[in-house]
Write a protein that binds this ligand. Sequence first.
Ligand code: UD1
Length: 451
Amino acid sequence: MDALDGLRTRLVIEGGRRLEGVVDVPGAKNAALPIMAAAILAEGEVVLHNVPRITDVDVMAALLESLGARVREQAGGTLLIDTSAVASHPAPYALVSKLNASFDVAGPLLARFGRAEVPQPGGCVLGPRAIDMHLRGFELLGATVALEHGSIVASAPRLTGTTVTLAKPSVGATKNIMLAATRARGTTTIENAAQEPEVADLAGFINAMGGRVAGAGSPTIVVEGVTRLHGCEYTIIPDRLVAGTYLLGAAITAGDVTVRGIDPSMLDALTEKLAECGCRVAAEGVALRVVGIPEWRPADVVTAPYPGFPTDLQPPYVTYMSLAKGTALVEETIFDARFVYVSELARMGADVKVSGRSAVVQGVERLQDAVVEAPDIRAGGALVLAALAAEGTSEVGGLEYIDRGYEFFEERLASLGASIARTSVVSPVTPRIDIGLTAQLPKVVTPYRSA
Ligand code: UD1
């Protein structure tokens, strides 16, 4: 075993403090990644504001650079992406395999060059990440799609508008088909489209480049093909999933947190549940405040496509329920393996029984400190919340996941009163998951650690 195997960076968290105060919400990861991919369509310079400083953005930037783009970072979360010199090179496996959202480049490459060659995404910790609906959409638009040596090769001299009805409202398929259709001949209608705010934000960006997309955010999206798109300046919407994590942090520490800069209606599915549990919820303009109470009621949840309860907030919500006065049933309908983190939560004393896609969460009196390992981004957020509410000092590892989705996480939590620090610790625990994400990648965007 390598001598450094046990040396891991972790978040060391002393539990038992109320979170209190106001926190600004960073830009949305799930909007920023497809919007960066969509910049391929611009054939010019795109200026993006409110880009979150997270490692997933680094990977997408590196991927765009590998295709010939020039990506520069300016202070304060602004990215300049010049895609004039992009060519339809094969997307490199080393980058695509790090980020499922990499497949978002397929639609823009196909639209601009009539050809996209992108390694087929494999599974991920949440289960298989199928792309059949993306590919069916490309085919209906007139592309030939083949699997060649592990890569999806889609090609068509020019796509032609059509109607694509999705079997289920996949976020990824909606975005990719919308992107492919931007330069198709005629009109494309996407039925049963995903209604997530990030889909609507992508449509806003396409329109800012001179595209013509209507209806995004509703189940029917209509895309009028145009012959050319141009550079533009655009500001990415705030991250409702990050905001939701902070609000659950207020709830689980019986604290009082206001998230600022977000349309509160984006979080209705969460705040309705928090109110049911006994929290006080107040929305005013672009501020959303949650005041927690010391003893809260359980409330059942079923995850669903937007505007339903977001699957990404299921892990932090289960964590909250693990300290409720009673039992909650939580059903996961989006991803097969989204309960993998439960075994780590159990090590802190939570009582969660998983059967297939359902979990019965029996509230316990207290969570206790432990060394735990985050298996994915949102489970990382959940384990941090568990540590904030637990007795004693916990260590949360798996920062390569947490850093993929949470900008300035410990700084923001500390500003709310948390006792949290990033520390290298020697531990006898052999990490179960270590993909060494950032170490292997060229850095085109300074990772978000503050000076
Ligand atoms: C996006 C989000 C992710 C969020 C998810 C659901 C990004 C970068 N990620 O993921 O945070 O949890 O939406 O809100 O935006 N499916 C198929 N065939 C397809 C496409 C999807 O069967 O062609 C399945 C998937 O395996 C999954 C489900 O549909 O089980 C949802 O997938 P999708 O909505 O596409 O999620 P992503 O875009 O991958």
